[in-house]
Write a protein that binds this ligand. Structure first.
Ligand SMILES: [Zn+2]
Length: 127
C-alpha cells in the first residue's frame, strides 16, 4: 500500500501497487487447468486434453493485461485526472488532460455560483 499526494492537486492518494500478478493468481490458473484436464481425462477424453495446458500462457497474458489496466486506473488521480503512466509517455498529453479536467471543474463551479442562479441558491439556503 502506497500513500502519497498527487503532484498536481495535492490530494491524498492511496494505492496498492504490484508490478506483476500475485503468485496466488498463477496458482489459481494452474489449479484450474489441472482440474479441467483431469476431469476431461477421467471423462474419457483422449491425450489431446493435455494440450489444454498450453492455455496457461494466453490466460496469463490476459490476466496480466487486466492487472496492468487496474494498476493504471488506480494511480490516476480522481480529482484532477493526473495520470502518471501518461506523464511518463507524453507529459504534454498529461498536462492537457489535467487542464481539461481542472477547467471543467472551474466552469462547473462558476455555473453553480453564477449570478443567474442567485434566486435558486437563496431558495436552497432557506430550506
Ligand atoms: Zn490530482
Amino acid at each position: 500500500m502506497a500513500h502519497y499526494l498527487c503532484p498536481v492537486c495535492r490530494s491524498p492518494r492511496k494505492v496498492h501497487l504490484q508490478d506483476r500478478l500475485p503468485l496466488i493468481t498463477h496458482a489459481r490458473i494452474a489449479t484450474s487447468l489441472v482440474g479441467l484436464i483431469g476431469a476431461l481425462l477421467l471423462g474419457g477424453a483422449g491425450p489431446w486434453a493435455l494440450r489444454l495446458a498450453t492455455l496457461y500462457l494466453p490466460i496469463w497474458a490476459v490476466l496480466e493485461f487486466a492487472h496492468w489496466a487496474e494498476q493504471k486506473a488506480q494511480t490516476k488521480c480522481r480529482t484532477c485526472d493526473f495520470d502518471p503512466f501518461l506523464y511518463q509517455k507524453d507529459w504534454r498529453a498529461a498536462r492537457v488532460a489535467v487542464e481539461l479536467r481542472l477547467n471543467g471543474i472551474k466552469s462547473e463551479m462558476l455555473a453553480k455560483n453564477s449570478p443567474a442562479r442567485a434566486p435558486e441558491i437563496a431558495a436552497e439556503a432557506v430550506h
